[in-house]
Design a protein. Structure first.
Length: 147
């Protein structure tokens, strides 16, 4: 006659597994017995006009009517900057070796990138120049730069 394949450790592991399963089932039954059975109204949360969560429904008199046409979906179109107007500015930085620099607009105080290919005359730092703006890969660039 053959020996049983169940060893002592296998039997102990099986007992532990069954014990855990029974304890889990017992905890589940206790939760079901002790549950209050909340209604749907108890679980609903409302958002007031300030964006805060409340448990009271909003006042229907404070509702605002919004037309579907007024809702903008996506990013609004970017306003095009005027590129044809001649502007004046001061050269803040210019590197002759690398061939680029930055010009600060006197009116808006914005800095614009300029490249040696967009120069009409040679410039140096501190020069007052006139330039036009053109859309570049990373923003507006100063082109047709002249002293």
């Amino acid at each position: 006659m053959a020996k049983s394949r169940d060893t002592f450790s296998k039997k102990e592991k099986e007992k532990k597994r069954l014990k855990k399963k029974q304890a889990k089932q017992q905890r589940k039954e206790e939760r079901q017995e002790n549950s209050t059975g909340s209604s749907l109204d108890d679980m609903i949360a409302y958002v007031d006009e300030n964006g805060n969560l409340t448990d009271t429904p909003p006042d229907p008199e404070k509702k605002k009517k919004i037309k579907a046409e007024d809702i903008v979906i996506g990013i609004p179109p970017k306003e095009k900057e005027e590129t044809s107007a001649v502007r004046t500015g001061r050269v803040e930085f210019f590197n002759d070796e690398k061939g680029y620099g930055f010009i600060k607009d006197t009116e808006t105080q914005e800095k614009y990138f300029t490249h040696v290919s967009g120069l009409l005359t040679d410039i140096q730092e501190g020069d007052i120049v006139t330039f036009e703006l053109e859309q570049g890969m990373k923003g507006m660039n100063a082109v047709r730069v002249d002293k």
